[in-house]
Structure formats: C-alpha cells, structure tokens
Ligand binder design. Structure first.
Ligand code: FAD
Length: 314
C-alpha cells in the first residue's frame, strides 16, 4: 500500500484486463450492474491461430475475431470502451478510510502511448501463454491441420488419420481421449519417452501405435495442409491432421506488484466466487482455470462479474 496515483489517471469503478470471452462477458455484466468499467486488451488472443471456433452455443463455427467483434459492439451499447493497450503493472494505492484502490498502468503496443487508470476493482482475464513443441513449421499448421483442444476440433477431424504430438507425461491419457474421435491414431513422443512401456502396451491393445523416434518437422504446405510427420531419420509418417499437447504458462508478469497467490500450475488462485488473494482483485477464464473453452471462459467472466457487483455495493 505504498503507491500514489499519477495526476493524469482516469478513474473507473472496475478495470478488466483482457478482452477474450472471459473479460468481455465480465465487462458486459459489470456494466449492466451499473458500474463504470473499461477493458484494456493487448489483442493477442491465444486462439488467433484458428479461423473457426466450435462449441459456443448459438455461435458454433464462428471466427474468434467475429466473436470478439460482437462482444466489443455489445459493450459499446453500454458506453464501455475496449482500449487496445498492454497492461504493464497493477499496484495497490494507499488505503483511504479503509478503501483499497488500484493503479493500472498500460502501454499501447506500437505507439508506446502510456495510460493510467485508478479503479476500485480489477478483473484479470488475460488468458495464458501457450508453448508448442519446437518444430520448424508446426505453427504454420496450427489452427488448421493441427489443434490443441480435442473437444473444440475433434469433430472436424473425426475418423481422419491423426497424429498426437506431445512431450508431457499425460500423453497416453490424451491418446485414450482422442481415440474417441478417430481410431486411426499414432502418438509421437518426439524422442522423449514420455509414454511408458506399460502405457505403450495398453495403447497398442487399443490399436494405437506409439512412435518414440524424434520428430524433425511437419510435412505439407499451407494450401494442402499437413500430410505427415517427418522423423529425424527422414521417414515421413503419413497423417492428414493431428493434435499437439502444448505447455501453458500464465500471463501475469504485470500483476507481480500485487503478490497474488497462485495455484500449483501457476494460475491465479481464487475462491469459488472468483476473488483472488488480494481483496479487490478478481480473476476469470483461462487465467484462473487453466486452458478451457470459449463458453467456459465467458461463463466464468459472467460469474465473477456478479461477485464484483456484490463486493462493490455502496
Ligand atoms: C488455436 C486455438 C483454438 C481454439 N479453439 C477453440 C474452439 O474452437 N472452441 C472453444 O470453445 N475454445 C477454443 N479454444 C480455447 C479458447 O480460445 C480459450 O479457452 C478462451 O479464449 C479463453 O478465454 P479467456 O478470455 O480466458 O482468454 P483469451 O481468449 O486468451 O483472452 C485473453 C486476452 O487478454 C489479453 N492480454 C494478455 N495479457 C495482457 C496484458 N498484460 N494487458 C492487456 N491484455 C492482455 C490477450 O491479448 C487476450 O486478448 C482455442 C484455443 C486455441 C489456442
């Protein structure tokens, strides 16, 4: 509690950081709850790689950009701005008569324009950072031939010759899950041996082959899509699509001054209503739940908004 707000800071009831489904849904419900709110967003959503998002009731197959645009338009009807800027820090301000406030500093990507906000509450909805296996052209196929969310894209790849590529020790469990969508499945461990001999035998009994050799790259081109997995010894294993198991880390560097408690996985630790360990700070969506889906993130944003409104009653 040691920071004084800059003179040029804009004052709002609530700052929402992040304009994914969690942040937009939270801001919509908070605005409808008669609080002034601004959304600050760096516009680098995790799902930018995909053209169609699936499973969002009433919007199945929508482009993520379109979903975001619809959300921004709905917020505009309530006079809520979505500012394109990256939050660089959130600091607690001196308590006045027991009230905690927060100073939120942001810098617009490109222009470097700095802005400052003072708010009674902050909702962190910054999603997470995804790290894909380091293969030269994997990213070119990510979102079209290769996906990470089986529930989101399994239907589109049903019965196709699939690859499951991963370096984490839950790969065998993911393979059993993915086999629900196609029984033509090969698991690639990239030479890291993350599937044990016992798991390999158990998968083999289900007709799932495990390829333990290291991977050199993905075969195929943008227009034709993925055609196979290239192993380091030059063999190409034909596959027309697949799923990768990324590593995920939270995008929370800006919140360091708050000293928020986190879960063992690194997500913002919250109570069941979305309150973080610092009163006045809330978290919603993937930032609090880990990798999820659009509808779950949006629902979580709406749920946390109710908590914010209740906690800020006069
Ligand atoms: C390739 C891909 C495809 C997917 N397909 C589907 C699908 O078909 N169906 C489905 O239901 N789910 C899908 N998902 C999952 C879904 O996109 C996420 O679960 C969902 O977007 C999480 O919402 P969120 O609001 O928590 O975070 P995000 O949507 O990740 O939004 C977070 C926002 O916060 C911003 N941000 C981060 N740091 C800062 C900062 N310091 N300052 C300001 N802003 C910041 C980011 O730029 C981003 O705009 C997919 C994910 C990926 C990666």
């Amino acid at each position: 509690m040691n920071v004084s707000a800059g003179a040029g800071a804009d004052r709002v009831d609530v700052v929402v950081v992040g304009a994914g489904p969690a942040g937009l849904a939270a801001a919509l419900a908070i605005a409808r709850g008669r609080r002034s709110v601004v959304v600050l967003d760096a516009a680098r959503p995790r799902n930018a790689a995909t053209l169609s998002a699936h499973g969002f009731l009433s919007r199945d197959g929508v482009s993520p950009l379109e979903l975001r645009k619809l959300g921004v338009e709905e917020l505009a009807r309530y006079g809520v701005a979505v500012e394109r800027t990256r939050v660089t820090s959130i600091s607690p301000l001196e308590r006045a008569a027991g009230a905690t406030r927060f100073e939120v500093q942001a810098e617009a990507p490109g222009s470097g324009l700095a802005t400052e906000w003072v708010a009674d509450a902050v909702v962190i909805a910054t999603g997470l950072i995804e790290e894909l296996p380091a293969l030269p052209t994997l990213r070119a196929f990510y979102g079209t031939s290769l996906h990470s969310c089986v529930e989101c894209d399994g239907w589109e790849k049903r019965d196709a010759p699939l690859a499951l590529i991963g370096e984490s020790d839950d790969l065998a469990e993911r393979a059993r899950f993915l086999a629900n969508w196609s029984d033509d499945l090969i698991v690639f461990t990239n030479g890291l041996g993350v599937v044990s001999d016992a798991e390999e035998r158990e998968l083999a009994a289900r007709g799932i082959r495990v390829e333990q050799r290291a991977i050199a790259d993905i075969a195929g081109t943008g227009p034709e899509g993925m055609t196979g997995v290239v192993l380091e010894d030059g063999e190409v294993v034909p596959r027309s699509a697949g799923f990768v198991r990324p590593g995920w880390t939270p995008a929370l560097a800006f919140a360091e001054p708050l000293g928020l408690a986190t879960t063992p996985e690194g997500w913002v630790a919250t109570d069941a209503a979305g309150r973080a360990s610092v009163p006045g700070i809330y978290a919603a969506g993937d930032a609090a739940l880990g990798p999820q889906q659009l509808l779950i993130a949006a629902g979580d944003g709406a749920r946390v908004a109710g908590t914010v409104i209740r906690d800020t009653l006069g």
